[in-house]
Design a protein around this ligand. Sequence first.
Ligand code: GDP
Ligand code: MN
Length: 390
Amino acid sequence: MDIHEYQAKEILARFGVPIPRGGLAYSPEQASYRCTEIGGSAWVVKAQVHTGGRGAAGGVRLCHSDRAVEDAANSMFGRRLVTSQSGPRGKLIYRVYVEEATDVARELYFGIVLDRRIERVVIIASAEGGMEIEELARSKPEVLVRTTIDPAAGFLEFQGREIAFALDLQPAQIAEASRIFRCAYRAFRDLDATMLEINPLAVTGKGSIVALDAKMAFDDNALFRHLEISELRDRSQEDARESHAADRGLAYVGLDGDIGCMINGAGLAMATMDMIKVAGGEPANFLDIGGGASPQRVLKAFRAVLQDANVKAMLINIFAGVNRCDWVAEGIVAAFKQLDVKVPVVVRLAGTHVEQGQRILRDSGLPLITADTLAEAAHKAVAAVGAKVG
Ligand code: GDP
Ligand code: MN
């Protein structure tokens, strides 16, 4: 689960990381009022959206009067901010964060991620921050410093100092920087985060160090023990298709093509996505019905897949082990009764109770397109895209 920048900053501040003074606003008037509260003569207005790359997309604006802050906020509210990372639909701006402007001398990069390959938490830092880490990794991999954390020993003092030295900090800043790294690491560890990024971590003109931007993501499977974090969920920033399915206990991934997919198991889903592409099509989404799915669950899944207006054909690929083809077939028949199915539906069933399942589909008289293999199903689905039904 992702959270907003201001929320990540609040968390980091609680753990001892210095952040600029700032306040949240839900309207342009509130934004300009924040200037009075914060004081000073320059402010930064920052769109709060779950995506990076806001700066380059007009989502971060430096202002020199409260009027300018109000105008900047006014131009942001209600807009969908499209950035290099947000996807083409962008993310709705309905709150902005107003911060005192920082006199930035240097921009550093600091990030903590989970390296699944080596099964360790890894800290990535760079003396050149500000730009996106992916871009940095591509153009200048040599400026990235990687530090692996041993889970038994935790983040050690000397590692903090080593990172600070690698960032070319002044001797007087080394202790403060390594303290900040430790605080950030504690926040990451204590809250079961999967990602923490401070980019830029700024060195100010006066030489102090402050987190100018902050991003955190959390392990969904650990949210049950961090209620204060799960409360930070913001549905307006999620793919509506995915939150609809997640609320119903379905594993759903939204994509950009036009073939909706209902499959059992993530591995079979991957293979099906590949096969659709080989057949020349593009999946719109895939939904994993999981194991032992009841007809009711199949019906729910059917509804979730069809909710995506981009779906022009549907592919159901079930390789039943724990599942039962007859239950899946009953779910499909129920879906046709209860939903207004306007797109062609290709069904491939295999495994447990396959004969019963196929008989139910045949006896139903529904205009289904059946297939015996995955390859055949994928080709038929691609060919059926956009075809009229009924
Ligand atoms: P992102 O583009 O979504 O990563 O948003 P950031 O919060 O990182 O802001 C983008 C850029 O705006 C930063 O890299 C800074 O260069 C600049 N910026 C943000 N806040 C300030 C500030 O207070 N003072 C100055 N001078 N620049 C800032
Ligand atoms: Mn940033």
